[in-house]
Design a protein around this ligand. Structure first.
Ligand SMILES: [Zn+2]
Length: 87
């Protein structure tokens, strides 16, 4: 099963308007996106959150992109990573 959220983020990562694009910021966007998706879309088996393939459809993919955009905005306004915390 593909980790669709991670794949969607990776595909567009270079285009997101973020002050920092390190791995931690990417992980923050990923975690926030998953938190904001309905639980039935997400499986936490094996400790990894995957979107269940049986729920995958165009409407859901659109929802995922909306949630990713929201997560990007949150991380951009309030970055948690050390690169942006000094000073
Ligand atoms: Zn960062």
């Amino acid at each position: 099963m593909e980790p669709l959220v991670a794949e969607a983020i990776n595909e567009n990562w270079s285009e997101y308007n973020l002050p920092c694009k390190c791995e931690q910021c990417k992980n923050d966007v990923f975690a926030l996106t998953l938190n904001n998706l309905p639980p039935r879309y997400v499986s936490k088996e094996n400790g990894v959150a995957y979107v269940r393939a049986q729920y995958f459809n165009k409407q859901m993919m659109a929802n995922i992109y909306v949630k990713i955009a929201e997560a990007v905005n949150i991380v951009a306004k309030n970055p948690q990573c050390n690169n942006l915390k000094r000073g």
